[in-house]
Design a protein around this ligand. Structure first.
Ligand SMILES: NC(=O)c1ccc[n+]([C@@H]2O[C@H](COP(=O)([O-])OP(=O)(O)OC[C@H]3O[C@@H](n4cnc5c(N)ncnc54)[C@H](OP(=O)(O)O)[C@@H]3O)[C@@H](O)[C@H]2O)c1
Length: 275
């Protein structure tokens, strides 16, 4: 098994005791359970005379369970920041229009990534300006059966007729401007993977707080010359202070239909300075 059999009663009883009761004589697991509430299963098994081996391919197992492991280790959800930008770093034109900066292939790809997370997070102004539905849909625009939680962060009251409040998925408003508090609230709701979709103001707040764990950038071959920056002011005044993306993947997204653009998807992580 990938994870050390648990030793606690959660949605189901303790797995380690179930294995003992079932007469299993040898258990091999990859990843030690980092969750203090559930840990200790290996000891229970050994005490019952079961042969136990742990830690085989532990790094690989942690990678398979990346977001869950991160959330348990850090006491907050893993944050993937996704944004779409033009070549000159704009997220919207001067008149506020932003549909569509990214290509159809990039939008389909975004839905694939949304489906892997359990929460989508945007700022209140994106709800006011774009009125997004924030659901996960397939290539035919049909909603998937399992929908992540829709979370909106900010202090203002939002109009109840915004599409994010429809009944196609659950929605919470996080009435704070503090990224750490928002993540703590989401963790208390058992959330482990937040897909931060902007806009630029909210993204800048998470970057300034060092609370972005993964970046997914869609770059469109488009120039606007003016308009909203892809990310708000980070307080960086000199090139030596730039945040660098440690790129782990570059993928060319070919046009999905005639007339569609070719987009680039860059994935990576950032190294934040302490303090
Ligand atoms: N290209 C992309 O990937 C992308 C993605 C999303 C949006 N957009 C575009 O971005 C534009 C909206 O961007 P935006 O930056 O104005 O909106 P935003 O980041 O969605 O929301 C900004 C609002 O969030 C609240 N907020 C929460 N935490 C905050 C903090 N720490 N600091 C400051 N404000 C905080 C504030 O409202 P309260 O007063 O309510 O607290 C603030 O006005 C739209 O044009 C949209 O189309 C682009």
């Amino acid at each position: 098994v990938t994870l050390e059999p648990c030793n606690h009663i959660g949605r189901t009883g303790p797995c380690s005791q179930a294995l003992v009761d079932a007469g299993v004589r040898r258990v091999v697991y990859a990843q030690r359970d980092p969750n203090p509430v559930a840990a200790g299963g290996a000891a229970t098994l050994r005490a019952a005379g079961v042969e136990v081996e742990g830690g085989l391919l532990e790094d690989e197992a942690r990678a398979v369970n990346r977001e869950w492991t991160f959330a348990v280790d850090h006491g907050r959800p893993f944050v993937t920041w996704k944004f779409a930008t033009t070549l000159d770093g704009r997220s919207a034109a001067a008149d506020g229009t932003s549909r569509w900066v990214s290509s159809r292939a990039a939008r389909v790809d975004t839905h694939r990534l949304r489906a892997l997370c359990d929460t989508m997070l945007v700022g209140t102004n994106t709800i006011d300006v774009d009125d997004p539905l924030l659901t996960v849909r397939d290539e035919q625009d049909r909603p998937l059966a399992r929908q992540p939680l829709r979370a909106v962060m900010g202090l203002r009251d939002l109009s109840a007729d915004r599409r994010v409040f429809d009944d196609s998925a659950s929605t919470v408003q996080l009435r704070t401007q503090d990224p750490a508090k928002a993540l703590a609230e989401l963790y208390s709701l058992d959330r482990q993977h937040v897909f931060l979709e902007g806009g630029p103001t909210l993204a800048a707040a998470f970057l300034e707080a060092g609370l972005v764990d993964e970046v997914v950038a869609y770059v469109a071959p488009m120039l606007l010359g003016a308009g909203r920056p892809a990310v708000g002011d980070l307080g960086i005044t000199t090139i030596a202070e730039a945040l660098h993306l440690n790129v782990t993947d570059v993928t060319v997204l070919e046009p999905a239909a005639p007339g569609d653009d070719t987009n680039l998807r860059l994935t990576g992580s950032l190294t934040f300075k302490e303090g």
